[in-house]
Design a protein around this ligand. Structure first.
Ligand SMILES: NC(=O)c1ccc[n+]([C@@H]2O[C@H](COP(=O)([O-])OP(=O)(O)OC[C@H]3O[C@@H](n4cnc5c(N)ncnc54)[C@H](OP(=O)(O)O)[C@@H]3O)[C@@H](O)[C@H]2O)c1
Length: 264
């Protein structure tokens, strides 16, 4: 699945538009919509989609064909296969040149909201949603540091802001990756690398198919638009929809007995 290596250096063009965008979790509805919106100005030259299912990546590539981007490459990436991540970043970088923007979109929701927790499933979820993020983000940002620039979007979740009993494995994994991303972003100050954490509420995507929408549920195109605006403004944190920020600052501080009474 690894694309042929072509050397060449790209970076943001003179108008500040990205020339390369890489997605980890390359079939994510939110990430693909974000790529579509980032490509709209027509100056994007490389899209790299990294994921674990070739057939689904091929479908994603076909859906992006109308963007007219010269090069859409597909890369084998399993968040759990951590030994392969450093090499993967080197291969993608050799192919696209400078990585202008990367979106870390992969995660598992798990099935804990449906019944008792399966310890094996919980372990895989934790490894994917936290360890996998750490494992890919560190070589990625090292590469961006050597470029002297790059934006990294970490798709977190409001579920990490206050972890609920109904999905505490997912919520705690998002809390951990969110904290990692914020700390990483702080550590990269002055390097030219910019980290943006995105905290969506309930989004209607493959991940939530069949679930009852939570209050203030949103869509991947709206989240993508907020991601694109956030990148333009070099924000460090994006809540989507924006109402989630005041809402969760209240929920975060609710006394625990009251919090436990909230609808699951
Ligand atoms: N939808 C929501 O309500 C919501 C709310 C808040 C935050 N988020 C976050 O938004 C991000 C994108 O989710 P989405 O809503 O766009 O759902 P999605 O379309 O289901 O995307 C999830 C992605 O994670 C990938 N993935 C899962 N395990 C992986 C692994 N081991 N290695 C590589 N990739 C793996 C999936 O790949 P496959 O195609 O191979 O399964 C898929 O590309 C996730 O981080 C999610 O937690 C979603």
């Amino acid at each position: 699945m690894t694309a042929a290596v072509t050397m060449g250096v790209t970076m943001r063009d003179s108008l500040g538009a990205y020339q390369s965008v890489v997605v980890f979790g390359g079939t994510s509805d939110i990430a693909l919509e974000t790529v579509r919106q980032l490509a709209a100005p027509g100056r994007l030259r490389h899209i790299a989609l990294a994921g674990r299912r070739l057939s689904a990546l091929e479908e994603a590539k076909a859906e992006l064909a109308d963007l007219g981007v010269d090069d859409i490459s597909l890369w084998e990436f399993d968040a759990q296969n951590t030994e392969s991540h450093t090499l993967l970043i080197a291969e993608i970088s050799a192919h696209v040149g400078d990585i202008d923007c990367a979106i870390i979109a992969f995660a598992l929701l798990g099935t804990e909201h449906l019944g008792p927790i399966d310890p094996e499933e919980a372990r895989i979820l934790a490894q994917t949603n936290y360890t996998g993020v750490v494992s890919i983000a560190l070589p990625l940002t090292e590469t961006m540091k050597s470029q002297g620039h790059g934006d990294v979007v970490f798709i977190s979740s409001v579920a990490g802001e206050r972890v609920r009993a109904a999905n505490f494995m997912y919520g705690s994994s998002k809390q951990a990756m969110d904290g990692f991303a914020q700390g990483l972003g702080d550590s990269l100050q002055g390097s030219g690398v910019h980290v943006m954490v995105v905290r969506p509420g309930f989004v209607q995507t493959k991940m939530t198919t069949g679930m009852d929408p939570a209050p203030f549920s949103t869509t991947s195109d709206k989240v993508a638009a907020e991601i694109v605006t956030g990148l333009k403004k070099r924000k460090e944190m994006v809540w989507s929809p924006r109402v989630m920020r005041p809402l969760f600052s209240v929920i975060r501080h609710l006394p625990r007995p009251l919090f436990r009474k909230m609808p699951r």
